[in-house]
Design a protein around this ligand. Sequence first.
Ligand SMILES: [Mg+2]
Length: 229
Amino acid sequence: MARYGRVARVIFDLDGLLVDSEPVYAEIARKVCKKYGKEYTRETHMKEMGLSVDESCQVVVQALQLPITPEEYRLQLESDCEYERRLAEAPLMPGVERLVRHLFNHHIPTAIASSATRTIFDSVSSKRKDFFSLFHPIILAGEEPEVKKCKPAPDTFLVCEARFQTKAEPKETLVFEDSVAGVEAAVAAGMPVIMVPSKDIDIALCGKATLVLNSLQDFRPEEFGLPSF
Ligand SMILES: [Mg+2]
């Protein structure tokens, strides 16, 4: 039964939702901050999750009072010798492969809308080109002039919505997100959103989501009017 209404297509966030990449960012950020005698904590990580790279670098530099500019911080993260390799090796989240292939097999249009940069996307997709070929469109906020503001603004999802080949209402587009900023963006775009929060997220921050799941493995497509497994 479609208890949450019927949707016609699906948009996925990338980092922390499709790919278990957040621990990679956290570990490399911890290394860089440690060089300046600062501790990159779980709270700091929560503050920057889901934001654009530029914004997240600003948040970290400010929160920890690092004696470098956000640009220098970003350069240090990206020049870490482990960065690209670790992202390429980050596993898909549990249940992702089964769900995405299920949607594809039932001709449900499926997209990615992310704040990640092209470098990050290329790294996480480098060893899984076949899997990532199932998504169309793939919107990377920083590459799209039409995206004036990253998540938590709705732009990334609205631009993605407009690029689907078939037209539908925002309320017929289901979003999957792991971050608070991402959920706020989907809500602002008028789209139902399932949050699969990282274990570190305070459950009190998940209130705006249509539904909160511990894992994508718990998703029941028929509850949103999609073909069941
Ligand atoms: Mg995310």
